[in-house]
Design a binder for this molecule. Structure first.
Ligand code: ADP
Ligand code: MG
Length: 245
């Protein structure tokens, strides 16, 4: 049996009186890639923000690497060093160079050795073909380049688990492939455990071991990628897949 990296049990989330996540239950095994699919407004971002402590939840438990999370801000700050997240908007610090954006977490938060952290940052930048941009500022980058830096910045903390929320949604079409390739490389070569929210269905089909299909804050299907794409069980999922063609 593979080790479970993450277990979510009976999670409930309200924004005020609005009930947006209903009895969410799932787990993610070591090295597994789970894609979270569902229509806009179904609760995908809210769910993965709960997994990184960026949203509170009102009921249920999240267990990470065998330990039930006690959801204090202090604990989440620690956990965010192991649970990396990249969003649709790559919020790089505008006043720092690419290199300093990447080094901030490893050197200031994790107190990694500066020389070693810089070497690792250079290696990561090379892996996303941005070696020439170490001294550039975020405003000098295209959207696709900035998003690759945002991914490198998350990876520089050596996370055990990565969350990607529609990371290509705001990119020009010609920039999308480069970013998706990096995520595929992480899955295939680095065996990274991850949850990926995406509206790129071919990419989802290719990368996912398992699919969670969310609708109105409920997991309607939770199945192998193969099963979901070839033979979805609910009419909602069928409609969703048809609408994405
Ligand atoms: P998705 O990422 O699947 O598009 P979201 O998680 O963003 O869905 O949203 C789920 C539901 O929660 C939607 O009805 C949305 O309007 C609502 N919602 C999201 N963020 C907030 C917020 N900060 N305050 C109140 N409601 C929110
Ligand atoms: Mg979203």
């Amino acid at each position: 049996m593979a080790d479970k990296v993450l277990e979510v049990a009976h999670l409930e989330k309200f924004y005020g009186k609005k009930h947006v996540l209903h009895d969410i239950n799932f787990s993610v095994d070591q090295g597994e890639v789970v894609t979270l699919l569902g229509p806009s407004g179904s609760g995908k971002s809210t769910l993965i923000r709960c997994l990184n402590g960026l949203e509170t939840y009102q009921k249920g438990t999240i267990t990470f690497e065998g330990q039930k999370i006690v959801p204090t801000e202090k604990n989440w700050q620690q956990l965010r060093q192991k649970i990396g997240m990249v969003f649709q908007s790559y919020d790089l610090f505008p006043n720092l160079t690419v290199m300093d954006n990447i080094l901030l977490g490893p050197t200031k938060v994790q107190k990694q050795d500066k020389q070693a952290a810089r070497q690792e940052a250079e290696r990561l930048l090379a892996s996303v073909e941005l070696s020439d941009y170490a001294n550039a500022y975020p405003r000098e980058l295209s959207g696709g380049q900035a998003q690759r830096v945002a991914i490198v910045r998350a990876l520089a903390l050596h996370p055990d688990f990565m969350l990607f929320d529609e990371v290509t949604a705001s990119l020009d079409p010609e920039m999308v492939r480069g970013v998706l390739n990096i995520i595929e490389g992480l899955a295939d070569q680095d065996n990274m455990t991850m949850i990926v929210v995406t509206h790129e269905m071919n990419f989802a089909k290719q990368i996912a071991d398992r699919v969670l299909f969310l609708q109105d804050g409920e997991i309607l299907e939770q199945t192998s990628s193969k099963q979901f794409f070839s033979n979805p069980q609910t009419s909602r999922a069928k409609e969703f897949l048809d609408s994405m063609d």
